[in-house]
Ligand binder design. Structure first.
Ligand SMILES: C[S@@+](CC[C@H](N)C(=O)[O-])C[C@H]1O[C@@H](n2cnc3c(N)ncnc32)[C@H](O)[C@@H]1O
Length: 355
C-alpha cells in the first residue's frame, strides 16, 4: 500500500468516507449489538431466502422497533441487504460474525478502549494516557493488567495473543537456529514464548522479565505446567532507568514489547540490553510495523492500534513505522544483521548485534 500516492477518490466517495467517520461510533455500536444479540446469526441462518423483520424480532426476543433501527443502520453500512422485505447477510456482515481478526479488534476496542478514547485530545495535549482513568488508577495500563476486570482483561489478552500466537510457531526455528540456550524474554507476559521455547528445544532456559504483577501471573502458569526448572523470573519495571537486566544470556527476546515505549525509552532499554549481553549476544525483536505490511487492511489496523497506546496504554508509544524504530536500534549501538518481514499476520523479526 502506498500511502504517499496521489488521492484518487472522487468527491462523492470521499464524502461518503467522511460520513463513515462522522458516524463511526454509531456504526461500531450497531455492528456489535447486531452481532451480540444474535440478529446477524438469525439472518445468516435464513440463507439466501432471507428473513423478515418480524421473524427476526421474534427469534431474538427484541421489539420490532429495536430490530428495525438496527437493521436499517446495518443496511446503510452494508452488513446486510434486503430483497422484497427479507434480510440477507452481506459479506461484511459475515466478517463481523466470523472473522477472528475482526472479533478480537472489535472486543478490544469496546472493552478496553471505547470509553477511554473520549479523552484522546487531552492525552495528546498532556502526553499522558488520560483515557486510562476509565479503567483504573495506574500510571500505565501495564501496571493494571493483572487487576483489570475479567472481561476487559480477556479482551486485552485475546488481542495481544492473537498476533503473537500466529507468529510464534513460525519464528521459533528462526530464533533457535543460532544455538541459543539461555534467553531473556523481556515483556514475557503470560509466559507463552517461554513455554513455546522450552517445548521447542530441550536445552533452552528462558528468564521472563516483566513487571511484578505480570511476572507473578506467568509464574503461576509455569508452576502449573511443571516447568520451573526451565523458566526463571526477573520482575522489574524497566521504565526506571536505574534498573539493569541480568547478565549472561546468549540472547534477548522482545516480542511486541518495545512498541510499549517512546523512542527515548526504547533507546534506554536497548542500551541496557547491550550491557547485559556480551559482544556475540543477540537482540531479537519481533514487531509489527505499519509500513512493512503487504495488505492495506493490516497497515490500517496497526495505524489505528497506535491510538490505544496514546489514550489508554501510556500516552507516548505506538505501532511504529519501521524507519523510526530502526533509528532507535542504531542510536542504542546495535546493527541489524537480518530482517525477516511478513511473519504470521503482520510481524517482522529483527536480529541485532552490537555494532
Ligand atoms: C504487549 S505485551 C507483549 C507480550 C508478549 N511478549 C507477546 O508477544 O505477546 C507487553 C508486555 O510488556 C510488559 N511491560 C510493559 N511495560 C513494562 C515495564 N515498564 N517493565 C517491564 N515490563 C513491561 C507488560 O507487562 C506486558 O507483559
Amino acid at each position: 500500500m502506498d500511502f504517499f500516492s496521489k488521492d484518487k477518490k472522487t468527491a462523492l466517495s470521499a464524502k461518503h468516507q467522511a460520513q463513515l467517520i462522522a458516524f463511526g461510533p454509531v456504526i461500531f455500536q450497531v455492528a456489535k449489538v447486531t452481532r451480540d444479540t444474535g440478529i446477524l446469526t438469525v439472518i445468516e441462518e435464513s440463507g439466501s431466502i432471507g428473513i423478515t423483520l418480524e421473524e427476526i424480532a421474534k427469534k431474538v426476543k427484541l421489539s420490532n422497533y429495536g430490530v428495525r433501527v438496527l437493521l436499517e443502520s446495518s443496511l446503510g453500512m452494508e452488513l446486510i441487504t434486503v430483497n422484497n422485505g427479507k434480510y440477507v447477510l452481506a459479506r461484511t456482515g459475515y466478517f463481523i460474525l466470523h472473522d477472528p481478526l475482526t472479533r478480537v479488534n472489535m472486543d478490544f476496542i469496546q472493552d478496553v478502549n471505547y470509553k477511554g478514547l473520549f479523552h484522546l485530545e487531552e492525552s495528546i495535549r498532556n502526553e499522558k494516557p488520560e483515557g486510562l482513568k476509565e479503567l483504573g488508577n495506574w500510571p500505565t495500563v501495564y501496571e493494571g493488567l493483572s487487576q483489570l476486570p475479567p472481561h476487559i482483561q480477556k479482551s486485552w489478552f485475546a488481542f495481544d495473543h492473537f498476533f503473537s500466537d500466529i507468529a510464534f510457531p513460525k519464528v521459533l526455528p528462526l530464533v533457535y537456529k543460532e544455538g541459543i540456550k539461555n534467553i531473556l524474554d523481556i515483556g514475557g507476559n503470560t509466559g507463552k514464548w517461554a513455554i513455546a521455547s522450552v517445548r521447542f528445544k530441550d536445552d533452552v532456559h528462558v528468564t521472563i522479565v516483566d513487571l511484578p504483577g505480570q511476572a507473578n501471573m506467568a509464574k503461576k502458569r509455569i508452576e502449573e505446567l511443571g516447568l520451573t526448572d526451565r523458566v526463571s523470573f526477573y520482575p522489574v519495571n524497566l521504565l526506571d532507568e536505574k534498573q539493569k537486566l541480568p547478565k549472561g544470556a546468549d540472547a534477548i527476546w522482545m516480542s511486541q514489547f518495545l512498541d510499549c515505549f517512546s523512542e527515548a525509552e526504547i533507546v534506554s532499554i536497548l542500551k541496557r540490553c547491550a550491557e547485559a549481553i556480551d559482544d556475540n549476544g543477540y537482540v531479537l525483536i519481533l514487531e509489527a510495523f505499519w509500513d512493512t505490511q503487504r495488505f492495506e487492511t493490516a497497515a490500517f489496523c496497526l495505524q489505528q492500534t497506535s491510538i490505544y497506546f496514546t489514550a489508554l496504554a501510556n500516552g507516548n508509544s505506538q505501532m511504529y513505522d519501521s524507519r523510526v524504530f530502526i533509528k532507535c536500534i542504531h542510536d542504542a549501538g546495535f546493527k541489524i544483521i537480518e530482517q525477516v518481514d511478513n511473519i504470521g499476520l503482520s510481524h517482522t523479526l529483527l536480529k541485532c548485534k552490537k555494532a
